[in-house]
Design a protein around this ligand. Structure first.
Ligand code: CUO
Length: 670
């Protein structure tokens, strides 16, 4: 029976697997040969799956194939950890494939996909494989389900070469009666949700220690989610809204409702919606083995604050000090929480169970036999306005810790002899110091994730935010007599707060979104540093999210947008917030001393895309400074404004973000 091409060598298209008959599910074994004939595709290469003696699946198969799977539910994480271990333990890729094909028939498909992807990312012998994007495997988590009925119709009636893309409207989850709907373009962006899914795939909370224990992973949990919040708040200000309010009291109502309008094809159910003002309730769900009181969440929270305020953690084997540089990493693992938490039975599972509390708010004791809402899945949670209230709260806990740390003095911030003299932003074919944003239509082929015959492309077209490419041109003077090296750090924040007032640095520092970070070599005298927006250290290339279609040729064949590999990294199309008719922002550039930033390691042969938010695969985080530097701490005494914060190696340039309310087709110039 042809299976999804899960182990597909780079560049090849489809393969079919010749599977031992007893690998099929028991009920299909008697009709195995008939099925093999029925689905045989003479044009696809055949791969024979070796019959080996397989380790037992045990309780991994207990999660029914039509249940939903969540990385926030302890039981599900335990099962995933077991399955990852089985995949990691297979002696060679041939055995791994046998195990995978066998498990694919018996294990919950989302659990399977997650565990198998984690194993492929971490086995030394599968490093050259591309992992198909989660969008291919589970398109139902990302797009309006109307697509699937329409897709079925199209593949039945319209020949492949003349199929037109199915249009997903921009405004399908709510109307403008709901203020939060103004942010739907951000929350429901496919690239944003893929990034979040992939980040949590690269940084599992539960698996073998060597998989979980990555360099500064707790700190990166803090920083990547802090940046999500900064970016979301930036977008809110662009839309005339105030910053996200924290969800501080667990007994308070959740102010916003959300109706995701997504189907779950695995469970044959719709994702539950939530009306406004629902409240968390104690959870008592035997199926998922979750019995958790809100009071317990509060105890965890209070213990975490006590650790922060006393700088001391009650570890499983004695106390641990929260130090200036490593403390944030300990806290990240404690709050998320992960296997690396210093004491899980004491500090609990605050962040993950916050997702779970919110995701079961409609059926806390399972009386309606309902599964969790979108907050329960890392590939859908960023769609929900509550995600941001919860993460605003989580981030505030981290900021409480950061506020107590020693402040950077001028010497720590400065880079003697290096002065940033000018910043110029040049938008392609556009004005100076002005970003230009607009809507763009992109199409992807989702046929892989749809299980119906006859097959062929099912193109889906949707509209997303985009910006014109741009270059930074930065003049840096090196007054020393020697060549020196620096790290160029580029950030941006709104110039005014929601009332239109200039910021206190204290508040503005949390609004800075990282745009880029790279190493520069500075000759004595004046240097011009140039850098393209497409090289950003926070994004993955646009082509990894949506490949450009050629608007002058019929859609189809090689003229298709496709996700050619999944990847952690902010989507390039959302690098710049939407702006408005003339949104005023401040572009910040700092050249820090590389000798304080450098991490000595060989990064040859590693993908370096999106290192700022995702780290570098199998390497240390590529910057020795605390993540978020220089905005991660309270300002030194006497500093009230951004201008006062600046040392000569920093500079600020006022810029405008100009939004053009036009929709540009893929492949067309703006
Ligand atoms: Cu990424 Cu709450 O962790 O979602």
């Amino acid at each position: 029976r042809p299976t999804e091409p899960i182990l597909m060598p780079k560049g090849s298209r489809n393969v079919q697997f010749d599977v031992p008959n007893n690998y099929l599910k028991e009920e299909y074994q008697s009709v195995g040969p008939i099925l093999a004939n029925r689905f045989l595709d003479p044009d696809s290469p055949n791969v024979t799956v070796k019959e080996i003696s397989l380790p037992p699946l045990g309780d991994i198969a207990d999660l029914a194939r039509d249940e939903n799977f969540s990385l926030f539910i302890p039981k599900h994480k335990r099962l995933a950890s077991k399955l990852i271990n089985l995949f990691m333990g297979m002696g060679n890729t041939e055995d791994l494939m046998s195990m995978a094909v066998y498990a694919r028939e018996r294990v919950n498909p989302i659990l399977f996909n997650y565990s198998f992807s984690v194993a492929l990312l971490h086995r030394p012998d599968t490093q050259d494989l591309e992992i198909p994007s989660s969008l291919f495997a589970f398109p139902d988590k990302y797009v309006d389900p109307k697509v699937f009925a329409k897709g079925r119709e199209i593949v039945n009636y319209v020949p492949d070469n003349v199929r037109q893309p199915i249009e997903i409207p921009m405004d399908y989850t709510a109307s403008n009666l709901e203020d939060e709907h103004r942010l739907a373009y951000f929350r429901e962006d496919i690239g944003v949700n893929l990034h979040h899914w992939h980040w949590h795939l690269v940084y599992p909370t539960e698996a073998a220690l060597e998989i979980v224990n990555k360099d500064r992973r707790g700190e990166l949990f803090y920083y990547m989610h802090q940046q999500i919040m900064a970016r979301y708040n930036f977008e809110r200000l662009c839309n005339g809204m105030k910053r996200t309010e924290r969800f501080t009291n667990f007994y308070d109502p959740m102010p916003e409702g959300y109706f995701p309008k997504l189907d779950n094809l695995v469970a044959s159910r719709s994702w539950p919606g939530r009306v406004a003002n629902m409240r968390w309730q104690n959870l008592d769900r035997s199926l998922e083995q979750i019995h958790l009181d809100i009071d317990e969440m509060r105890r965890w929270r209070d213990r975490i604050f006590e650790a922060i305020h006393s700088n001391t953690v009650r570890g499983e084997n004695g106390t641990i000090e929260l130090t200036e540089f490593e403390g944030i990493d300990v806290l990240g693992n404690m709050i998320e929480s992960t296997l690396l938490s210093p004491n899980r039975s004491f500090y609990g599972d605050l962040h993950n169970m916050g997702h779970t509390m919110a995701s079961y708010v409609h059926d806390p004791d399972h009386r309606h036999l309902e599964s969790f809402g979108v907050m329960g899945d890392t590939s859908t949670s960023m769609r929900d306005p509550f995600f941001y209230r919860w993460h605003a709260y989580i981030d505030d806990i981290f900021q409480t810790f950061k506020s107590g740390l020693p402040r950077y003095n001028e010497q720590q911030l400065n880079f003697n002899g290096v002065t940033v003299e000018q910043i110029r932003l040049q938008t392609e074919n556009g004005p100076v110091n002005t970003f230009q944003t607009y809507w763009q239509k992109s199409a992807v082929d989702l046929s892989r994730g749809m299980d119906f015959q006859p097959r062929g492309s099912v193109l889906v077209q949707f509209t997303h935010l985009q910006h014109r490419p741009f270059n930074y041109s930065i003049i840096v003077n090196n007054a020393t007599n020697a060549v020196t090296t620096g790290t160029c750090r580029i950030f941006m924040a709104p110039k005014f707060d929601e009332r239109g007032n200039p910021w206190l640095f204290l508040h503005q520092k949390n609004m800075f979104i990282e745009l880029d970070k790279f190493t520069v070599r500075l000759n004595p005298g004046r240097n011009t540093v140039t850098r393209a927006s497409t090289d950003s250290s926070v994004t993955i290339p646009f082509e990894r999210t949506y490949r450009n279609l050629d608007a002058n040729r019929p859609v189809g064949g090689d003229n298709l947008a496709r996700f050619n590999m999944c990847g952690c990294g902010w989507p390039q199309n959302l690098l710049i917030p939407k702006g408005n008719e003339g949104f005023m922002a401040q572009l910040f550039v700092m050249i820090s001393n590389y000798s304080d930033d450098r991490v000595d390691q060989d990064t040859n042969g590693t993908g370096k895309d999106a290192g700022s938010y995702c780290g570098i695969k199998d390497r240390r985080y590529p910057d020795r400074r605390s993540m978020g530097f220089p905005f991660d701490r309270q300002p030194r005494t006497g500093v009230e404004t951004l201008q006062q914060f600046l040392t000569p190696n920093m500079r600020v340039q006022d810029v405008i973000i100009q939004f053009n309310n036009r929709i540009v087709k893929q492949g067309e110039a703006f």
